[in-house]
Design a protein around this ligand. Structure first.
Ligand code: NDP
Length: 285
């Protein structure tokens, strides 16, 4: 058996086409252009690439977009003042501060500063709480992208044993909740899990999000399982690879996401979706 390769680029393109049409209709009906502000502090090259891609995606879909590039030594108060301004700007419906932030800035304070209605990353405690209660405004982009991929390939998590490896606030924890919401039985594993393999080997769906190249080995995966690889790791030769050992696993899994081209493209697409949702909510449609 050879696994179905879950094509994140293709699914992402299809969703973006739909968003483009919806955006044009929304603008025509309301005269409002959905607007996203992206804030980048410092010179992290990976962050700069992500920000550029987000700006490009906005242009492609027909959004208004602003990129605010601040120097590495930006004071926390100056960033908070910018966020105040963006919170009050009617052209802006979504605000995203690219993480990580330089060490003089408290990321938690920054996340709390963004008005929850404009928090298109869904990192604000109010939005996180809403997700736990199943009454969400936005879903966090990466886990939402994973769910959209499962849906696109007809993989229903209901009743399945799922394991999420990684428990970060931006990926692992919300991912586990979204799977739970869709009636999966979910186990969350992390760096202190004893005998990780015993969990992965009995799981129908394995989501790995730890940031360790090819960590998930073939012998840790049940034949016929679905493997969703969130990891993005840069190898010494400059190539990207995921957290799962793609080649051997794809020989016997039922479906697997490649890196690049799997979960990655979905994250920005979900950000675009959240921005349109925010604009719609702002004008009450
Ligand atoms: P974090 O570093 O915040 O969290 C990593 C998690 O992995 C932690 O919960 C940690 O456990 C766990 N972990 C680390 N080592 C092991 C191990 N040996 N065994 C089991 N668990 C382990 O990372 P993120 O969640 O932010 O990101 C994870 C990966 O996903 C990264 O490669 C990142 O680049 C990628 N990513 C991809 C995105 C995309 O768009 N595709 C978006 C966001 C992230 P503990 O809590 O115990 O320390």
């Amino acid at each position: 058996m050879s696994a179905t390769i879950i094509d994140g680029k293709k699914v992402s393109k299809e969703i973006r086409e739909t968003l483009k049409t919806e955006t044009a209709e929304f603008i025509e009906k309301t005269g409002v252009i959905p607007g996203l502000a992206v804030v980048l502090v410092g010179n992290d090259p990976a962050s700069a690439v992500y920000v550029r891609n987000k700006h490009r995606a906005c242009e492609e879909i027909g959004f208004y977009s602003e990129v605010h590039e601040l120097p590495e030594d930006t004071k926390e108060d100056d960033l908070l003042a910018l966020l105040d301004r963006l919170n009050g700007d009617p052209k802006i419906h979504g605000i995203l501060v690219q993480l990580p932030l330089p060490k003089q800035i408290d990321a938690d304070k920054v996340i709390r500063k963004i008005k929850p209605e404009k928090d298109v990353d869904a990192f604000h405690p109010e939005n996180v709480g809403r997700i736990m209660l199943g009454n969400y405004r936005f879903l966090p982009c990466t886990p939402a992208g994973v769910m959209a991929l499962l849906d696109a390939y007809g993989i229903d998590p209901a009743g399945k044993d799922c394991v999420v490896i990684g428990r970060s606030n931006i990926v692992g924890k919300p991912q586990a909740f979204l799977l739970l919401e869709r009636n999966a039985t979910v186990t969350i594993c992390h760096s202190r899990t004893a005998d990780l393999s015993s969990h992965t080997k009995r799981s129908d769906i394995v989501v790995v999000a730890i940031g360790k190249p090819r960590f998930l080995k073939a012998e840790m995966v049940k034949p016929g399982a679905v493997v969703i690889d969130v990891g993005i790791n840069r190898l010494p030769d400059g190539k990207l690879c995921g957290d799962a050992d793609f080649e051997p696993i794809s020989a016997f899994a039922s479906a697997i996401t490649p890196v690049p081209g799997g979960v990655g493209p979905m994250t920005i697409t979900m950000l675009m979706k959240n921005t349109l949702t925010a604009a719609k909510a702002a004008v009450g449609t």
